[in-house]
Design a protein around this ligand. Structure first.
Ligand code: SF4
Length: 351
């Protein structure tokens, strides 16, 4: 970028006056920055603040986090979701105690080697907590950089990602304040260079923005097309007879191939028990005295959004006939069979 010095000056003086207060910013120790970055991976700042303060109170040091039980760490994390993050934090704290005598490592490669830390997070901790000249690239900065550089390529492609990372590197190279620059870039993306209607008129780096000067910021970044979801409606029946339950094997090419599932039918609208009984007889040779709708499960599989209507069959008669493999299993077998995700949920709901 031409006039990198002026770009940084404009950015940093805007950041000084406009940044949001966050508890990890007022005291950016490596431990606090690390915890905040992991919490922020999938969660909004406004939600994270309270969790961060509680977590710090429960585990004020890396040693206390390493010494805690996983149950305690998960309990402190409860409600934040994506629990793998908490498990990785716990594992990383133990590793820091084992390999680095309880001190958060300074070297970028050592940070990157910790569980749950990728290139972005390592760059953020390294630059903010240690002032290492390491770049960052995440949602806000991808959008900001694509606009500043008027990059037309699909930002999900490796070639475009390489361009973006190189640009990010150039912004912190030889800087005395790489941590502030990285935070200012993210803040600018969040507050000014927004997804919709960027506030270009208030932008402190407008004169450096190629998309503003020569293109159309609202068309950037160029992202792959969103998946087109298809809605499906299905009905599944738990068929019980003599304390056994009918299950069918999902064949290759089926959803959940290799797992077991309950008899399931495609339907085009919420169906009545008479129609369903007819389908049960045609497909499995069985009739039910009553078919009770119990509940609905909404779930997504690949590009399908499925509404599953779940029924229970009572008073089942007839000889089992099926073109695909089926079994009558007792409760113990049913418990240990590999069941489809919704099959398992149906059983849990019913319990
Ligand atoms: Fe984003 Fe507009 Fe600033 Fe360019 S001028 S960086 S598009 S806010």
């Amino acid at each position: 970028m031409e006039n990198l010095k002026r770009f940084r000056q404009g950015l940093l003086s805007w950041y000084k006056n406009s940044h949001r207060e966050m508890p990890w910013r007022t005291e950016p120790t490596p431990y606090r920055v690390w915890i905040s970055e992991i919490m922020l991976q999938q969660t909004q700042v406004t939600t994270v603040v309270a969790y961060f303060l509680r977590f710090m109170e429960a585990f004020p040091t890396i040693e206390s986090l390493a010494a805690a039980t996983e149950m305690d760490v998960l309990r402190a994390w409860e409600g934040l979701g994506y629990y793998r993050r908490a498990k990785n934090l716990h594992a990383a704290a133990k590793e820091i105690c084992r390999k680095h005598s309880g001190k958060f490592p300074r070297q970028f490669d050592d940070i990157l080697a910790l569980p749950g830390i990728g290139r972005y997070t390592a760059g953020a901790i390294s630059s903010i907590a240690f002032q290492n000249q390491k770049p960052i690239l995440e949602g806000n900065t991808i959008r900001l950089f694509a606009r500043l550089q008027n990059i037309q390529g699909d930002v999900s492609l490796p070639a475009t990602q390489n361009l973006l990372w190189s640009f990010a590197e150039s912004l912190v190279a030889n800087s005395r304040r790489p941590g502030d620059i990285n935070q200012a870039l993210m803040e600018l993306g969040n507050q000014i260079c927004t997804v919709k209607n960027p506030h270009c008129i208030s932008c402190p780096v407008i004169q450096h923005c190629d998309a503003f000067l020569n293109g159309d910021p609202s068309k950037l970044p160029n992202k792959p097309r969103k998946i087109q979801y298809e809605s499906l409606m299905e009905a599944a029946i738990v068929v019980r007879r003599n304390k056994k339950t009918l299950v069918r094997l999902c064949l290759p090419g089926d959803r959940w191939a290799g797992l077991w599932d309950f008899p399931r039918f495609s339907i085009s609208e919420p169906t009545d028990s008479m129609t369903l009984n007819r389908l049960l007889q045609q497909t499995y040779g069985l009739r039910a005295r009553s078919l009770t709708p119990e509940f609905r499960i909404k779930h997504a599989v690949t590009r399908f959004r499925i509404e599953l209507h779940c029924f229970w069959a009572e008073g089942v008669t007839g000889k089992t006939e099926s073109k695909t493999p089926v079994r009558w299993v007792n409760d113990q077998q049913l418990h240990s069979l590999p069941l489809s995700a919704t099959g398992r949920r149906m059983l849990e709901f019913k319990r």
